[in-house]
Design a protein around this ligand. Structure first.
Ligand code: AMP
Ligand code: MG
Length: 389
């Protein structure tokens, strides 16, 4: 059995970053920028007014100036401003030549074509210099997940098409004679496929494109059909059938169908019977079927793999630290991901950590990460955890 860290290393070696594609700016939100992009213009492209007021060559309190024209956003003033003159100007409008400052309209008294500058004249010129925001060639670096602020900046840079990493297509294959889809009517011996749906949501959150395949039954022909339907996926994720029971089709049969296994079994709790390798051109991860095991493996392994496929740094799921609100007993021999919730700012692990209990996962805020054989911990001790809300 290998450690969680070793399993992650294997997974990162299996996860080859995907190719790139170009999308319209409005579809770039949430995508990973694949190449640097550069501004195609200066912003602002001219010296612009920061306020509504009057553009003047110079101003002193009490001075009278003649208003000779107007500069509005989108409609500049063609001429020049000389001594004794002013041009009515609005925010975002080009500052006419000859003007050195804007006198805000609150600081003048207007009478027809004349203004008189008041006593309260501040020293701010209220001019935004050309290129003060960015200049032609200024770059946004590849490798960032694009958010709303990046979209706004790229728009200002006049970048209408954005090079991004292709989204990984993830085929999700549930296995089990006992499973039906949510909304169906289960037979007396059946349950609803659940973690598959949770993993689908997780994949979407991560920027992948999940493909929910029909449930594979616990026989070779059905599993074979499912793998055929997974054709074209970048990552195949099977759920269940990963142990060594008679009906564990993934562990028993997938190798004969083309699964080239890199590792099997990880020293963790929950999630021990995890496997991974390649299946044809795709990467494959075989998850244990127990609902909590599958979801925890989703957070601990699949999320970092999706990020690596997207060209983001190959690192473990980000951990935070918080104090325990209650004692924890000595840990067993496997790395333990304990469902816990925050009570008054401190972490409390749930009493039952059975890997079938989705209700407890649903209530959990965090997975406390405990190293193999971690010594007993006391209330107040600071521990690592994965945020899962
Ligand atoms: P298995 O690894 O196939 O033996 O599954 C272990 C446990 O997880 C069994 O109780 C299965 O019924 C359950 N299980 C397997 N796959 C799923 C699934 N997709 N959704 C919910 N439970 C599952
Ligand atoms: Mg099964």
């Amino acid at each position: 059995m290998i450690s969680v860290a070793e399993a992650l290393d294997h997974l990162f070696r299996l996860a080859r970053p995907l190719d790139t594609e170009t999308v319209p700016l409005l579809e770039a939100h949430g995508r990973v920028l694949a190449d640097d992009v550069a501004a195609t213009r200066d912003q602002p492209p001219f010296d612009g007014s920061a306020m509504d007021g009057y553009a003047v060559a110079q101003a002193t309190p009490g001075q009278r100036l003649q208003v000779i024209g107007e500069s509005a956003a989108g409609h500049g003033f063609a001429g020049a401003v000389g001594p004794g003159q002013a041009v009515r100007i609005f925010t975002g409008a080009p500052v006419p030549s000859g003007a050195e400052r804007i006198v805000i309209q609150e600081d003048v008294h207007r009478d027809g074509d004349w203004i008189t500058i008041g006593d309260r004249l501040d020293s701010n010129p209220y001019i935004r210099p050309a290129g003060g925001d960015f200049r032609v060639g200024d770059r946004i670096k590849a490798g960032r997940v694009l958010g709303p602020n990046d979209i706004a900046l790229m728009a200002a840079m006049n970048i209408a098409l954005v090079p991004v990493m292709r989204r990984p297509v993830v085929a999700l294959i549930s296995t089990g004679d006992e499973l039906v889809m949510p909304g169906e009517t289960p037979g007396p011996d059946q349950i609803i496929a659940s973690n598959t749906m949770g993993l689908h949501a997780l994949m979407r959150d991560l920027g992948a494109v999940p493909r929910l395949l029909p449930i594979a039954r616990d026989n070779e022909a059905s599993l074979k059909t499912a793998f055929e339907l997974a054709e074209g996926a970048d990552l195949i994720v099977t759920i269940g059938g990963a142990s060594v029971g008679d009906y564990d089709v993934v562990a028993n049969i997938a190798p004969q169908l083309g699964f080239d296994q890199t590792f099997y079994k990880v020293a963790m709790r929950p999630g021990k019977p995890l496997m991974a390798g390649r299946f044809g051109k795709a990467m494959m991860i075989g998850l244990p079927g127990n609902p909590v095991s599958a979801m925890v493996c989703g957070h601990v392994f699949i999320a970092p793999v999706i990020r690596a496929l997207l060209g983001l740094p190959a690192t473990q799921a980000p951990r935070l630290r918080a104090a325990l609100a209650e004692d924890l007993p000595q840990n067993g021999p496997r790395e333990h991901y304990m469902r816990a919730r925050f009570v008054d700012g401190g972490l409390v692990a749930f009493g039952s950590q059975d890997s079938s209990l989705l209700s407890i996962l649903g209530e959990a805020d965090a997975l406390i990460v405990r190293a193999p054989k971690d010594a007993p911990r006391h209330a107040g001790d600071v521990v690592d955890y994965l945020p899962i809300r």
